[in-house]
Design a protein. Structure first.
Length: 547
């Protein structure tokens, strides 16, 4: 077999990928117990003293109360402890299912998935097998290669496992390995939504776009905090290749499942590594896709390669059976209608509207719809600016610039400061967390639209507002002498003097050389001592020179 495979030439290689995505739901308590959930915002710091990245690897988060504190008899699987279903987790999962175009089961049940792992105290996982909560959905993924429809086979609820640590707490990247491993069960029992796609992906880029959009969707729906470093969202691509041989035969390589990837970079790297390696493995061993031939592999971020972990079990190996301690759940029409009514406009729909209505770029629209609080702040600020007489199209452009430039700069600064204090697992600071209200942002946009403040002063004012310097942007601008001169006579005098002082540049502008305008604008700004808007001066210079 090996010799024959080595002799047969490969004509072409086609990548095939299906995705399993695990989303930790931010319910206050765990899936089947009243123990606090580490995936909830209020428990963001719980974990080993050296950090809690949630990704099954080394630490790197902030200092928390310590390991094995978010537990109770149900989580530990102690005799006589009975599970109770978390209704909020079901409601959040239904919302995700609806957003993914899924059908929602009228009746769903719970199954025991039997396997042993040190961080799974009961020796089995409560999951769903033949009656998942959500099924038969589809989403569109668009890359430079075009748009592809990706089927969603199912989205089912289960409980998360704990976490094995192979390095001393806080030793991330130091190589300080332990003789054995230590177990933190804080994560065990956390409500986990597993989303399983059809094998419809044909490139690593498609997988990354899907992963990014799914994470953003779940954050937008407020069902997860979505902090990748904490393992709130983890990706497991199932990868194989279709090899077309020179002799006309078609061979499918065995499926490789790469486990617990918690960054988009590692997701892309793992898929591309397998695409490169699988044809060579087939040449060496001649193994093809079949029952029992699936393997799981880990990802080495440093070496940028996958490594073998174990042969993958098939469904029969898990010995699924209905959990005798949990009754099936009926999803009635009233419950479904309540969830559907509570869904906001979805990020993809909202982003498309921002591009179509306000001519925002795809990047701008994506940034404004990545988080629901940021999106709501943008919408409210546009309303505030419009109430002050700014055309909505212009208001949207100005506010997008304010939030994505001045706002994002301050948010990034505060996020960096939190990382220094709390570690890599610190919750990032968003523009909506800065304390600048929609009213204040709307005021800033109106001041800019009216030419009453410069772009530099708008940025400075935003920073002062973020520090709590005042309630009104206009009052603050007045107090700080930031309001620009709007007197036509003064503006015209500065423009004419600047033109006279830069005669050669003026002739170039008259000849159509727009790059020469900058020198005249700079001269006019000096004459105005910073009390005029550069855009306004530029417009007047062009009008003066070209009529």
């Amino acid at each position: 077999m090996e010799r024959m495979a080595a002799m047969r030439a490969i004509k072409s290689v086609r990548l095939v990928v299906g995705m399993e995505v695990h989303v930790e739901l931010n319910t206050r308590t765990k899936m089947f117990s009243r123990a606090p959930s580490v995936a909830a915002r209020e428990f963001a710091g719980v974990g080993l003293a050296g950090g809690d990245d949630g990704g099954g690897g080394s630490g790197g988060g902030g200092v928390g109360p310590g390991p094995n504190v978010a537990i109770d008899p149900v989580v530990l699987g102690l005799p006589g402890a009975l599970p109770v279903i978390n209704r909020e987790a079901i409601t959040k999962s239904i919302g995700v299912g609806l957003a993914l175009g899924c059908s929602i089961a009228k009746v769903t049940k719970w199954d025991r998935k039997g396997y042993f792992y040190p961080d799974l105290p009961k020796g089995y996982q409560i999951s769903q097998y033949d009656l998942p909560l959500c099924f038969d959905g589809a989403v569109d993924v668009t890359t430079e290669e075009g748009t592809r429809r990706i089927g969603i086979i199912r989205a089912h609820l289960e409980e998360d496992a704990g976490k094995l640590m192979h390095e001393a707490p806080g030793a991330s990247g130091s190589g300080e390995a332990l003789e054995g491993s230590i177990i933190d069960l804080n994560r065990a029992g956390t409500a986990l939504l597993e989303i399983v796609t059809a094998p419809d992906f044909c490139s690593a880029d498609e997988c990354v776009v899907f992963a990014q959009e799914l994470r953003n969707l779940c954050r937008f729906l407020r069902v997860t905090e979505g902090v990748m470093q904490k393992g709130h969202v983890r990706f497991e691509p199932n990868i194989n290749c279709v090899l077309e041989l020179e002799d006309g035969h078609v061979v499918k390589t065995p499926i490789v499942e790469v486990k617990n990837l918690n960054s988009f970079r590692s997701l892309k790297g793992a898929i591309e590594f397998e695409l490169h390696e699988q044809p060579g493995r087939w040449r060496e061993d001649g193994r093809e896709m079949s029952v029992g031939n699936k393997t799981t592999r880990g990802w080495d971020d440093v070496g940028e390669r996958t490594f073998l972990q174990r042969q993958k079990e098939d469904a029969a190996d898990y010995r699924y059976f209905a959990d005798p301690d949990l009754l099936p759940v009926t999803i009635d029409e009233a419950w479904l209608a309540s969830v559907r009514q509570g869904l906001p406009a979805l990020p993809a729909v909202k982003a498309r509207a921002l591009r179509d209505e306000f001519a925002l770029t795809q990047q701008e629209a994506a940034a404004l719809t990545e988080d629901r609080a940021v999106c709501d702040l943008f919408d409210a600020a546009v309303d505030e600016a419009a109430s002050r007489g700014v055309a909505r199209h212009q208001a949207a452009r100005l506010i997008a610039n304010i939030m994505l430039q001045s706002g994002a700069k301050r948010a990034n600064e505060r996020s960096a400061a939190k990382v220094v204090t709390h570690g890599q697992g610190a919750q990032p600071v968003l523009v909506s967390d800065l304390g600048v209200s929609a009213l204040q942002i709307g005021e800033l946009a109106a001041l800019r639209d009216g030419g009453r403040i410069s772009a530099a002063h708008a940025d400075e004012l935003f920073g002062l507002l973020a520090e709590g310097a005042g309630l009104s942007a206009e009052v603050l601008a007045t107090e700080r002498s930031m309001l620009l001169v709007r007197d036509d006579a003064s503006l015209d005098a500065w423009v004419r003097q600047a033109i006279a002082d830069n005669a050669k540049a003026a002739e170039d502008v008259r000849a159509g050389k727009d790059q020469a305008i900058g020198r005249i604008v700079g001269s006019a700004m000096k004459l105005a001592a910073g009390n005029a808007d550069a855009t306004t001066l530029r417009e007047r210079i062009v009008r003066e020179l070209r009529g």
